[in-house]
Design a protein around this ligand. Structure first.
Ligand SMILES: [Zn+2]
Length: 387
């Protein structure tokens, strides 16, 4: 058995009130329960400084963009940013894979035990077997012209097949995959339909309401997004503005029961949050504050999301729009802008909230007997995964 203690223990939902309690893990890192310090010899317990909590979940990342670190300037706005990501995607295979390996190591070292990773390629296929974390690969689709929808599904289906062929991880971590829409403005209603039918019940993720231009386009078909299509030579004449936000326009396209991970939500409205109550599945709201700040110099209305009662989790997005892939860095960013939100709440989003969002809460996210939740130490504003 292994016993750990610290001045503050967070169990994934809240602080552990009794300072006498020590965390007990078996040799396979399975949490067996809390033990009273009085029943143990002092040298049996590893006393650590700071805070202990379960492993972090990074619910939204793009590891395959790791080579773009530092390439895109800050505060360009999303529309310009997207153009630059497309331009910077190309790189030689070796340096791309090397950048991913470094990013995965940093992710793990800073506390992560599970990642929701967006994939447009098979770059992570072998690397996810080497990591020490659960991986849900979200294979992304894009295509705003309805006529090309079937054609646009072909490559993601092939990528999905390759990931799905990996049935197990050598160290027992969970590996999953699902096909998902990139964003409301890059996926036609027809492509939404194909994604919806591809695997009923699969976990969907989507970049949601990341920029004001997105809702402006859906409501009245004007603004920067309209200009972007013109620049990219995309003929959007078929598209009729719905007079509604993007979320309220595309949500009815999803008819099968899918749990949903809405990422960013920088411009989500109170009406949208209320609209989500009628959705036929669990909804998680993923915050990526450092990326929002990097691209738009804006943060979502987090108190409104909290008031909505939906599950909240955290993500880093990619190194194209973040200085590192560190969930504790996201917590610090939220604290800076919303000092009224308690650290206990933020830690629960980083752990249990993320585990729920990635449908992994039966094995990670909290200190509950039988789970293998990992262990993170936070000391002097630095987080470290120690199990
Ligand atoms: Zn993203």
């Amino acid at each position: 058995m292994k016993y750990y203690s610290a001045a503050h223990i967070h169990d994934g939902r809240d602080w552990v009130a009794d300072p006498e309690l020590v965390l007990a893990f078996d040799e396979d890192n399975i949490f067996t329960g809390y033990v009273s310090r009085s029943g143990l010899e002092p040298d049996q317990v590893q006393e650590l400084d700071g805070i202990l909590c379960p492993g972090f979940v990074n619910a939204h990342c793009h590891l395959e963009l790791s080579h773009t670190k530092g390439m895109i300037p800050e505060h360009t706005g999303l529309v310009t940013f997207l153009g630059k990501v497309v331009f910077n995607r190309a790189a030689d295979e070796q340096s791309k894979l090397h950048a991913i390996e470094i990013a995965m190591a940093a992710l793990e070292a800073s506390g992560c035990i599970a990642v929701g990773d967006i994939a447009n390629t098979e770059d992570l296929l072998h690397l996810r077997l080497q990591g020490n974390m659960h991986v849900h690969t979200f294979v992304e689709t894009m295509g705003f012209i309805p006529q090309t929808a079937t054609q646009r599904m072909a490559f993601p289906e092939q990528v999905h097949r390759s990931y799905a062929a990996q049935t197990s991880h050598p160290k027992g971590y969970v590996l999953r995959q699902s096909i998902v829409p990139h964003a409301p403005y890059s996926v036609s209603d027809k492509l939404f339909e194909l994604i919806d039918d591809f695997e009923p019940g699969s976990l969907l993720s989507i970049h949601n309401e990341e920029t004001p231009a997105e809702n402006q386009y859906f409501i009245e078909k004007t603004g920067e997004m309209k200009e972007l299509y013109k620049t990219l030579n995309i003929d959007d004449t078929y598209f009729q503005p719905s007079g509604k936000t993007s979320l309220q326009t595309y949500l009815p396209y999803i008819k099968q029961p899918h749990d949903l991970l809405l990422v960013h939500n920088t411009c989500i409205t109170n009406e949208d949050l209320a609209y989500l109550d009628q959705y036929n599945g669990n909804v998680s709201l993923c915050l990526c504050p450092n990326a929002n700040w990097y691209i738009e110099r804006a943060l979502p209305d987090i108190p409104a999301m909290m008031a909505s009662g939906h599950n909240i989790c955290l993500g880093t997005d990619s190194l194209a729009s973040n200085h590192d892939l560190n969930i504790y860095g996201e917590i610090q960013k939220i604290k800076e802008h919303y000092p009224q939100i308690a650290l206990s709440e933020l830690l629960s989003w980083a752990t249990m909230g993320g585990a729920r969002a990635l449908q992994l809460d039966h094995i990670i996210g909290s200190f509950e007997p039988g789970k293998r939740p990992g262990l993170v130490q936070i000391h002097e504003e630095v987080s470290k995964r120690i199990m």
